[in-house]
Structures are given as structure tokens and as C-alpha cells.
Design a protein around this ligand. Structure first.
Ligand code: 13P
Length: 250
């Protein structure tokens, strides 16, 4: 199934107690009666089910921010892909830099999680991105290739897969690459996906990192950008909705 453009996903990260999260979901649900694009929200696990119920009469997609690579078992504190589905999730973010860099997740682990998520029928938002040092050293494309090559299982198809390019140095910093750099990097990721995945041309590529209402139109107008993955600004319904509108969504 082709996801309608723009694709605008909100990663709430570790934010959202029940009352706030449900108020935010409710405010979005009021706006999102009939969607021309694809709008998704990724609340914390604790309120995922309640949020999914709150938006179930809309087209808003709800997802988890991570999943374990095994389905069930003695893995204290972990949440599996079938559990996400059971809670109402249709998607999952994998390989976010806050897990790769903050928690030491390797490409091999992300690949195992990706297989588990696809087996459970979840849409996977696979995140990749270079650090500032890698960008300054001009090795960002090598880094992105290594992450994609290492995180994508052999023989995977394009179905149920979205890639989010999130430069680590742009996340939560208020800094973004220039439009020219976004176009060039998305073109590079596009070539990598075509090389690595049969039918990889069909995989949407999102940009993530300090997307705000005032830069969203310029970012989403960049060639090769199918949408955005929003962190901080997705915690405000009006800001998140205006980002979606800036990408042409109604
Ligand atoms: P910010 O939009 O807060 O920079 O976060 C981006 C991000 O990490 C989305 O996954």
C-alpha cells in the first residue's frame, strides 16, 4: 500500500502522561477527520492503547517508539512487536539515534527488531543519520550506507518500510541542514535503497531533526523528501498540524 504524501510522523519520545497525551491526541483527532496525507503519532508505550482508542475514528496512525527482537519470553522490561499490535499500534520506529547512540543499539540489533516488526505486520520507520563529526569529515554518506546496509535484512522488500534520515546533530538542536544538503543526502539515500532493496525506489524517505512550523514548508519542498519525522514540535497539536499543512496535507 502506498502511503499518501505528505507523510508526517510525530515522535513523542519520553513525553506524555495520560491526561496530556489524550488531550494532544484528541486535539489532533478533531482536525484529522479526513486526511489527504499520512499522519502518525508515536506515544510512549504506557498510553499507546489509550491514544490508539482516542484516534480510532480518524485516519491517524499510531505506533510504538521501539520493540524487542523476540516475540515473547523472559526479557524483563521489554515490549514485543505483537504486543504493540495488540495495543493498537500499526507502526514502530526503529534505530532512532537516541537508542543507537544513547543505548548502544547496533545495526545487527536493529535488523533483528526490523524482522520482528515486519513479521508482526507493523510499518517500520527505520532511522539513520550521521553525527556532526561524520558530516564535518565528509563521511556522512559512508555512515548512512553502513547503517542502511547493516539494518536492512537480506532480501527485504519495500513494503511496510519507511526510512527517516535524521542527522544526529540536528535533533533537538534547532539546527537543520541547508535545503541543498537535504536534497543531496536524500538523493544519496534513494540511491542506496535502490541498490540494497529490490523495488527500493518505492520506500518513502522522511527528513527528521528540528522540523518546526516555520521551516517545514521549505524542508518538505526539497526534492526527494516524502515527509518529516517530528520530535519536539509534535507535542503541540497546532504546531504539528501546521507542519502537516505546510507539506500540503489537508
Ligand atoms: P526534534 O524535532 O525535536 O529535533 O526531534 C527529531 C527526532 O528525533 C524525531 O524522531
Amino acid at each position: 500500500m502506498r502511503l499518501a504524501r505528505p507523510i508526517v510522523f510525530g515522535n513523542w519520545k519520553m513525553n506524555g502522561l495520560r491526561a496530556d497525551g489524550l488531550a494532544l491526541a484528541g486535539a489532533l483527532a478533531q482536525r484529522a477527520v479526513r486526511l489527504s496525507g499520512t499522519l502518525g503519532i508515536f506515544p510512549p508505550f504506557t498510553i499507546l492503547h489509550a491514544v490508539a482508542q482516542r484516534v480510532c475514528e480518524t485516519g491517524i496512525l499510531v505506533g510504538g517508539q521501539d520493540c524487542h527482537e523476540k516475540s515473547f519470553g523472559a526479557y524483563t522490561g521489554s515490549i514485543s512487536a505483537p504486543m504493540l499490535v495488540d495495543a493498537g499500534a500499526k507502526a514502530v520506529i526503529l534505530g532512532h539515534s537516541e537508542r543507537r547512540h544513547g543505548l548502544g543499539e547496533t545495526d545487527a540489533l536493529v535488523r533483528a527488531k526490523l524482522l520482528a516488526a515486519r513479521a508482526a505486520g507493523l510499518l517500520v520507520v527505520l532511522c539513520v543519520g550521521e553525527t556532526e563529526e561524520e558530516r564535518l569529515a565528509g563521511v556522512h554518506e559512508e555512515r548512512l550506507w553502513a547503517q542502511l546496509d547493516g539494518s536492512l535484512p537480506e532480501g527485504i522488500g519495500p513494503e511496510g518500510l519507511v526510512v527517516a534520515y535524521e542527522p544526529v546533530w540536528a535533533i533537538g538542536t534547532g539546527r537543520t541542514p541547508t535545503s541543498a544538503d537535504i536534497v543531496a543526502t536524500h538523493a544519496a539515500v534513494r540511491r542506496m535503497l535502490a541498490r540494497r532493496v529490490v523495488g527500493g525506489d518505492a520506500i518513502p524517505i522522511l527528513y527528521g531533526g528540528s522540523v518546526k512550523p516555520d521551516n517545514a514548508a521549505e524542508i518538505m519542498a526539497c526534492a526527494g523528501v516524502d515527509g518529516v519525522l517530528v520530535g519536539g514540535a509534535s507535542l503541540d497539536a497546532a504546531a504539528f498540524w501546521s507542519i502537516y499543512q505546510a507539506g500540503g496535507g489537508a
